[in-house]
Design a protein around this ligand. Structure first.
Ligand SMILES: N[C@@H](CCC(=O)N[C@@H](CS)C(=O)NCC(=O)O)C(=O)O
Length: 204
């Protein structure tokens, strides 16, 4: 069974003490057999996607208070020790596939089902660009705001890190909501045509 590097055997099993949270599924399920979550922003992205596309799946709750995400079983699925992660028993070529990183999981599920992603190549790449915008910008920056504003970092005397992340989060939000305002229909797949024109070295 292939894991994240496609070589070592995937050892993940739902730990017995978590099993009460697991939903057993019928044998030939076309979707991921296991989706590992905690009720937090990155986990929710994948659970919303799974519900929207209607793939049957088996959720496993990961308890941060018990460090479930640091167990050898979980680390065999995601060496980074973070949720979400999925295990699809029917991955490419019918082989099992373990995946982590919420953006990669969203793209994988979209490609697998052809749902929530346009078939048209240009619009498809626009949708993917917004996934990367979320993963590289919104996720990390908002996460730092949370740390410095609400969690352990709120007691730090030096407020410059907090202020920096707040400013960057506001800047990201402005560029995102500007696109929302400018587009009609589905904002993620209907980005307005750029008014930018190349002057040097562009094909058009
Ligand atoms: N870039 C990763 C981030 C994943 C992540 O940060 N997960 C957090 C919860 S939102 C986590 O598992 N935290 C537990 C820990 O760090 O031990 C993704 O989008 O999947």
């Amino acid at each position: 069974m292939a894991n994240h590097v496609g070589q070592k055997p995937l050892e993940f099993r739902c730990p017995p003490r978590l099993f009460s949270h697991c939903v057993a599924l019928a044998g030939s399920v076309p979707g991921p057999s296991a989706a590992l979550f905690a009720p937090d922003p990155n986990g929710v992205k994948v659970s919303i996607m799974l519900e929207e596309i209607g793939l049957p799946y088996e959720p496993h709750t990961i308890d941060f208070n018990k460090d479930d995400q640091k167990t050898p079983e979980f680390l065999s699925l995601n060496p980074n020790g973070k949720i979400p992660a999925i295990l699809d028993p029917n991955g490419p070529s019918g082989q099992p596939l373990g995946l982590f990183e919420s953006g990669a999981i969203l793209e994988y599920l979209a490609e697998k089902t052809g749902k929530l992603i346009p078939a048209d190549p240009a619009r498809r790449w626009q949708a993917i660009q917004w996934v990367h915008f979320q993963m590289g910008g919104i996720g990390p920056m908002f996460g730092q705001v949370g740390f410095f504003h609400k969690f352990a970092g709120k007691d730090f005397e030096d407020k410059r890190p907090r202020d920096r992340y707040v400013a960057e989060s506001k800047r990201l939000s402005a560029s995102w909501s500007g696109t929302l305002r400018a587009s009609s229909g589905s904002w993620a797949t209907n980005t307005p045509s750029p008014t930018f024109r190349c002057s040097v070295g562009c094909a058009t």
